[in-house]
Design a protein around this ligand. Sequence first.
Ligand code: DNO
Length: 405
Amino acid sequence: MNLTKTLRWFGEKDTISLPEIAQTGATGIVTALHHIPNGEVWTKEEIRKTKKNIEDHGLTWEVVESLPVTEDIKKGTELRDLHIENYKESIKNLGEFGIKTICYNFMPVLDWARTDLSYTLPNGTEAMYFGMNEFAMFDLFILKRPNATLSYSEERIKAAETLLKSLKSEEKEQIGYNIIVKTQSFIDGAIKEGEKDYLRLFNELLKAYDGIDKSKLRENFSFFLNEIIPVAEKYSVNMAVHPDDPPFPLLGLPRIVSCEEDINWLYNANKSQNHGLTFCSGSFGARKDNKLPELFKKYGDRVHFIHLRATKVLPNGDFFETEHLDDDSDLPSLMKAIIEEQIKRKTIGRQDIDIPMRPDHGHKILDDFTRETNPGYPLLGRVKGLAELSGLEKGLKHLLVDKLN
Ligand code: DNO
C-alpha cells in the first residue's frame, strides 16, 4: 500500500529527460501528447509511441495530464459535439493502452495564474507568487478589460494604480506576458510562446465568454460529463478534474471547481466512481476556508490523482508556493487522511489503493538555476519535494498501518 510516485514530464521538448527522472525515486510519469492540437483525437499510434518510450526507460505512464477540454466544449458552441466525440475517442484509445487516470480541467481561458515566476525567498531559492494588486493592475491597466473595474474594490483599484506608477515598462509587460503566455503556452494554452499580439488575442478569448456565468458553465460541464463518463466507465479510466488555480474567479470569468460547495456539486452532477477529482493541495490551499484534511476525508473516495504542495497565504490575500512541507498547508494531516482513505479502499476490496501522486511544482534550487525549465517544473526542487513527501508518507504509514499488522 503505497502512493505511486510520479513526476510530470513534458515530452521530448522537456529539458529534463526520462533517464534523469528514472533516478529520482519516481516510478511513474505524468504526461500528455502535447504535440496534438487541442480538440483532436489522440490516436493509438501516438499513444503507443509515448508509452513505449516511457517504458523503455523503466518507467510507467501512470497519468495523462492533461487531456485538454477545448474552449468550445466549455462554452458549448456548435463545435462542442465534434470535440466531445474526439475526446471520447481519446479516452477509449488511452483506456485500451491501459492508462487508467486522466487529469483535466474546466477553467475558462486561463488554466492557472501567477504574477511572479521568480520570487526570491530568503535562502536564495525561487518560488512562484500571485499578487492581488499585480493581478488587478494587469487586468485594469495592461489588458484594459472592459468593465474590469466592476471586479475590484476601490481600495484595490487605488493600490493597482500606485503599483502601476512604480513599475518600469518592462516590468509591467513581464507581468502580462507571465499571465497570458509564459504560464499557459507549455500546457497547451490558446496563446503560443512568441506570439506578439497576445494582449488582443487574450481579450478576444475573454470576450467569447460574455453571457457565460457560473450556472451556464456548470450546465456545460454537466453536459460534458454525462457524455464522456460512460466511455470512461466502459474503458476503465478514471477522470480526475483539477481544481481552479487560484480557487476564485479571475477576469470576470466563472470558476466552478474551487471549494467544498463546488466539489459537492461536481460529485452530484454525475455519480459515477469514474468521475472524480485531482486533489491539488496547492490550488485548494490558496483559500483559507478550504480545510485540506477535512476536504479529503469527505471527498477522498473519488480522488484519483494527488498533487502535493503547500501554499502560503499572506494577510492581504497574496499567496506564494512555499516549501512542500511548510506548516501553512498542514500536509502531514492531509497525508494521514490519504493513508486512511487507502486503508478504507483496501478493506472494502478496491483495486485503486496506490493512488498516483506527484510533488506539485518545486522551488528553483541549486543547479536548477543552470537549466531552462517550464515555470514550476525545475528538476531538483521537485525531487526535494518528492523526497520529503515520500518520507512523510513512509513515517506515517509505519505508525498507522505497519504497526497494526
Ligand atoms: C500547472 C498545473 C495545471 C494543471 C492543469 C490540469 O502547473 O497544475 O496546469 O496541470 O490545470 O488540467
